[in-house]
Design a protein around this ligand. Structure first.
Ligand code: NDP
Length: 246
C-alpha cells in the first residue's frame, strides 16, 4: 500500500537534477507524475523509461516555464491524461550569477519569469483542480537566507520571493485543505552546481555538513511534504542546506 497511490503530481523542470529525483521518488511512492522540461528531450525520455521500468507512471511535457500559456497547458494536459491533480512541485529554476555592475536586464527578466512568475502561474492553474489534501511545494534556495559571494543578488531575490508567496498562498488555500510550502536546498550535486565544481570547496567551508546534498535527499523532504502526514505543515520555509544558513 503505497503512500501516494491514487495521487497525481506535476513537477516543473523534471528532466534533470533535483526535479528528476523528485519525479522518481513521487512515482516510487505510487503517484502518477507529469513533469515539464524546456530542452532536455533525451533526458526526459530516459526518465519516463526509468520510472516505467521501476513499475511507476511518468509523463514528460515540453513546456517553457517562462511562457505562462505553456505552463497552464501543462497543468491542463496533466489533468486530461491522469484525471486529477493533487501535488504541484515548482522546481524549474535558472541560475544567473554574475557581477551586479554588468548584470543584464535580459538575465534579470529570465530569472524572474522562470523562478517566480512561473510559480505563480502554475500554482494558480493547479489549485483550481486540487481538493482537500492538495499540496504545493516550491523549491527555493538557501540563498534566500545567505548570499556568500558577489553576483547572486538577483537569484537570491527570486528565491526570497518564494518565501513570501508560500506564506501568502498558504492563507489563500488553507481553507480548502491545500498546503503550500517552500523548501530551501543548499548546494546540491546537479549540473547547476556540481560537487566537483570550482566553487564547491568555498561552499563547503561555510557549511556545518561539508558536502553537497544528493538530489535524492531533497526529494525525500518533498515526498514528506507531499504525503498525508504533512497536513499541518503550511506556509513554512524548510531548510535542507547542511547548515549553510545556520
Ligand atoms: P539543473 O540546472 O540541474 O536542472 C534544471 C531543471 O529545470 C532541468 O530539468 C531543466 O530542464 C529545467 N528547466 C530549466 N529552465 C526551464 C524552463 N524555462 N522551463 C522548464 N524547465 C526548465 O538545476 P537543479 O536541479 O540544480 O535545480 C532545481 C531547482 O533547485 C532550481 O529551482 C534551483 O534554483 C534550485 N536549487 C538548486 C540548488 C543546487 O545547488 N543545485 C540549491 C538550491 C536551490 P531542461 O534541461 O529541459 O531545460
Amino acid at each position: 500500500n503505497q503512500r501516494l497511490s491514487q495521487k497525481v503530481a506535476i513537477v516543473t523542470g523534471g528532466s534533470r537534477g533535483i526535479g528528476a529525483a523528485i519525479v522518481e521518488r513521487l512515482a516510487k511512492e505510487g503517484a502518477s507524475v507529469a513533469f515539464t522540461y524546456a530542452s532536455s528531450e533525451d533526458a526526459a525520455t530516459m526518465l519516463v523509461e526509468r520510472v516505467a521500468a521501476a513499475g511507476g507512471k511518468a509523463m514528460a511535457i515540453r513546456s517553457d516555464a517562462a511562457d505562462a500559456k505553456a505552463v497552464q497547458d501543462a497543468v491542463k494536459q496533466t489533468v486530461d491524461v491522469f484525471g486529477r491533480l493533487d501535488i504541484l512541485v515548482n522546481n524549474a529554476g535558472v541560475l544567473h550569477w554574475s557581477p551586479f555592475e554588468t548584470f543584464s536586464l535580459e538575465d534579470f527578466d529570465k530569472t524572474v519569469a522562470v523562478n517566480v512568475r512561473s510559480v505563480f502561474v502554475a500554482s494558480q492553474a493547479a489549485a483550481k483542480h486540487m481538493g482537500d489534501g492538495g499540496r504545493i511545494i516550491n523549491i527555493g534556495s538557501c540563498n534566500a537566507d545567505r548570499v556568500p559571494s558577489a553576483g547572486g543578488g538577483v537569484y537570491a531575490m527570486s528565491k526570497s520571493a518564494l518565501v513570501g508567496l508560500a506564506a501568502g498562498l498558504a492563507r489563500d488555500l488553507g481553507p480548502r485543505g491545500i498546503t503550500v510550502n517552500n523548501v530551501q536546498p543548499g548546494p546540491t550535486d546537479t549540473d547547476m552546481n556540481p560537487q566537483n565544481g570550482d566553487h564547491a570547496p568555498g561552499l563547503h567551508d561555510i557549511m556545518a555538513i561539508r558536502r553537497h546534498a544528493r538530489p535524492e535527499e531533497v526529494a525525500g523532504m518533498v515526498a514528506y511534504l507531499a504525503g498525508p502526514e504533512a497536513g499541518m505543515v503550511t506556509g513554512a520555509n524548510l531548510r535542507i542546506d547542511g547548515g549553510f544558513a545556520a
